[in-house]
Design a protein. Structure first.
Length: 432
């Protein structure tokens, strides 16, 4: 069987389709743009507080990164802990790290409250060192995280790494038992059902094309043009992540869309699966240009990475089969003769400071910039921004940091520099 260019997770999930016949409402309290983790988590929270909410989605529920990701529910942030401390100082960095831990609880709470059958499991994550120097830094990282953030992670020396991974190429590892795994398509489907049960209306195939300030009945608000008609909203939340476009130019100019690609093998035997990942961890390596991998609940090896820096297209997806296949057998020679059944890609959202950002800009609420670390953080940010919109004052340290645009303003949403960035990261991986 040849490889199917299809998101494997979607073959396992039933995502309730929104009613395409009903027109968009004339007026809502909040229009949420984007039906991924951020938008749906926010919509659920808002609707539970009594707001009328319309989620406007250009494609279908979960169409963006939320159904396509590795399903790794990870602690921490993309930025390393030492950089976090030196850039933001102790107090803010501690609140950020605490938020990352709280975001895991937030996902678990969603799963429990909405009874989402998405194979959520507190299986922990394993980072593996590609160089001795990377491993040497692990003890320091574990010490900083214990001292500054009161969180325990465990260094695994090379001699004991066989208990964690069936690969001989790494110099050691770092385990965080707090991290979790899930099936992202089932999770986003469950979040959508939860939001709809709370009273949210979701409109699929409804692309927002323009947002203009417009008062109504003495209230300030927004006129929202969509491919299925016009509506008026008191507030707007942009939750479009790596797919952010021209409707919100200030956000688009602050977010770099970067492609990430995944292959999934055929179902493996129980013994081979246990040999590859004896503790069923969510695994990623220590490179900038990194690989991330895990077993699926039905025992496929799911192996992801940046096979191309550009957002997904038919050609980058096609090329990924060979590139990621080589990467996978480099890690696991045992998989040399195993069939790759699925390949797909999706778009990540990197801010120029590699941090998540949330808040209000020009009157419009937003939350994005998860940098490949968004399963938990997007769910959490959705809740926090919804609380803000409801007039509460949730602690959200990511609101307080500057949201930089491109150096010298050399960016208008077209990432012309991605091939250079790709080459630069490969160079860094070579020298560091
Ligand atoms: C291949 C891949 C692997 C990943 N792996 C992991 C992982 O293992 N762990 C982890 O923590 N994170 C991972 N991530 C990141 C994570 O998936 C994202 O951070 C998260 O899903 C972002 O959710 P979101 O709701 O903000 O955005 P998305 O899920 O991307 O949703 C945005 C939506 O906005 C819609 N939209 C855009 N413009 C408009 C418009 N004008 N009108 C209406 N709708 C619009 C899009 O159609 C899209 O559905 C991965 C991402 C990718 C791509």
């Amino acid at each position: 069987m040849s490889t199917r260019e299809l998101n494997y997770w979607l073959t396992t999930a039933e995502i309730r389709r929104a009613d395409l016949a009903s027109p968009v409402p004339d007026r809502v309290d909040v229009a949420v743009i984007g039906a991924g983790f951020t938008g749906l988590s926010a919509a659920r929270t808002l609707a539970k507080r009594g707001a009328t909410v319309a989620v406007l989605e250009a494609e279908t529920i979960g169409w963006g990164a939320s159904s396509r990701n590795g399903g790794m529910v990870l602690t921490g942030l993309k930025l390393g802990v030492n950089q976090l401390l030196s850039r933001y100082g102790r107090e803010l960095a501690q609140r950020m790290y605490a938020a990352s831990l709280d975001s895991i609880h937030c996902v678990q709470r969603m799963v429990d409250e909405e009874r989402i059958d998405c194979d959520f499991s507190r299986c922990g994550h394993l980072e593996v060192a590609c160089k001795q120097r990377h491993f040497d830094d692990y003890a320091c990282q574990a010490e900083v995280i214990a001292r500054e953030f009161r969180h325990q992670i465990r260094v695994v020396p090379r001699s004991e790494l066989g208990h964690e991974i069936g690969s001989a190429i790494y110099y050691g590892g770092l385990v965080d038992e707090f991290s979790s795994g899930l099936n992202p398509a089932k999770y986003v489907a469950g979040l959508a059902c939860g939001a709809m049960r709370a009273g949210t209306k979701v409109f699929e195939k409804t692309r927002v094309t323009k947002i203009v300030r417009a008062g109504r009945d003495g209230l300030t608000g927004w006129s929202v043009s969509t491919s299925r008609g016009q509506l008026w909203a008191r507030e707007i939340l942009v939750a479009t992540s790596g797919y952010t476009g021209s409707i919100s130019p200030a956000l688009r100019n602050r977010i770099i869309p970067i492609g990430s690609y995944i292959i999934a093998t055929e179902v493996l035997s129980e013994s081979l699966a246990r040999e590859l990942s004896p503790r069923n961890r969510m695994i990623y390596d220590s490179k900038n240009y990194l690989y991330y991998f895990r077993l699926t609940p039905d025992r496929r090896m799911l192996f992801g990475g940046r096979a191309a820096f550009f957002p997904e297209s038919t050609s980058t997806i096609r090329r990924s089969v060979a590139i990621l296949g080589r990467g996978m057998t480099g890690v696991y020679p045992q998989l040399r003769d195993v069939k790759i059944e699925y390949v797909w890609g999706g778009t990540l959202d990197f801010a120029f400071d590699i941090m998540p950002h949330a808040g209000q800009r020009d009157g419009i609420y937003f939350a994005l910039g998860y940098a490949g670390h968004g399963v938990a953080m997007a769910t959490w940010q959705g809740e926090k921004v919804a609380e803000m919109i409801s007039g509460e004052k949730p602690d959200n340290p990511f609101r307080e940091i500057p949201f930089p645009s491109a150096p010298l303003g050399l960016y208008n949403g077209r990432p012309w520099f991605l091939p250079l960035a790709g080459a630069y990261y490969k160079f860094l991986d070579w020298v560091s």
